[in-house]
Design a protein around this ligand. Structure first.
Ligand code: SAH
Length: 263
């Protein structure tokens, strides 16, 4: 038994349902040649089964008490290393390449963490995360969908995203207020769109969606005029949510080249 009290500020909701733990581990399907990185292992609900099957397991846990308990528990497992660290600042690529990253993430940091991991995509093979279902819906939304927006577009430029299954609050201790879902992400290969300026793309998409109910013509007026939109194959009368990811990339690449050319 442990005396650890869940810390709200660390987003601690520990998985307690053996069926869900098993389903996650089966989805990951760890192999002896794999290097797995678990973010936020907590009390080790999925750590134990991962450690048994993976070649190497790195755990990144911010909570000092939990990290110490894990270190003690896995002291006899030569393939497990516990890092007491903040995943938002962690240098994942220092652990190797073809990393498989997994975690029942603290929901309050999931978006910045996903963006941090996009920056490490060259050393990542795939990722499996438990997130708020609402966030997974945004990540997987297609154009035209109400939840399609900045998160889905920025992730979709770099990663394939697949929702696997939903998980109810009762599967955690303490139960979160929302339904969760497990998602699989994998870096896109050479078929991903070439982005000239990632920051500019982010700014353009944020600008478009800050005015979701306007037409593209009005929402992007500070960046592109109607003639430019048309020349890029975008109907200025459409709403921001009906433009595809390649549309946004081509708009951003155009602005980047235009403004770069004019100094
Ligand atoms: N994976 C465990 C615990 C989930 S709760 C389970 O499924 O039961 C989320 C975990 O992430 C907690 O252990 C919390 O301490 C840890 N955590 C919170 N913020 C973190 C951060 N910035 N970096 C690393 N771990 C963090």
């Amino acid at each position: 038994m442990n005396a650890h009290r869940p810390r709200k500020r660390f987003g601690q909701h520990f998985l307690s349902d053996p069926g869900v733990i098993d389903a996650i581990v089966r989805a990951i399907d760890p192999r002896p040649g794999d290097t797995i990185v678990e973010i936020g292992p907590g009390h080790g609900a999925i750590t134990e089964p991962l450690a048994k099957k993976a070649g190497k397991l790195h755990c990144v846990e911010l909570d000092r008490d939990l990290a110490a308990a894990l270190r003690h528990r896995f002291s006899g497992s030569a393939n497990v290393t516990v890092h007491e660290a903040d995943a938002l600042k962690f240098d994942f690529c220092a652990l190797g390449d073809s990393l498989r990253i997994v975690g029942n993430l603290p929901y309050n940091i999931s978006t910045p963490l996903l963006f941090h991991l996009i920056g490490s995509r060259d050393c990542i093979a795939d990722m499996y995360f438990m997130l708020q279902k609402e966030v997974v819906d945004r990540m997987t939304a297609a154009p035209g969908n109400k939840t399609y927006g900045r998160l889905g577009i920025m992730l979709g430029c770099h990663l394939g995203v697949e929702a696997l299954f939903d998980v109810g609050p009762q599967c955690f201790d303490p139960p979160p207020a929302v339904t969760s879902a497990v998602v699989r992400l994998a870096p896109l290969g050479c078929d991903r769109p070439a982005i000239d300026d990632e920051k500019l793309l982010g700014r353009l998409v944020a600008t478009a969606f800050s005015q979701r109910r306007k037409t593209v013509r009005n929402a992007l007026k500070s960046l592109l005029d109607e003639t430019e939109l048309r020349s890029l194959g975008v109907d200025p009368g459409k709403r921001p949510e009906s433009l595809t990811i390649p549309d946004y990339v081509s708009l951003a690449n155009y602005v980047s080249r235009r403004d770069g050319d004019s100094g």
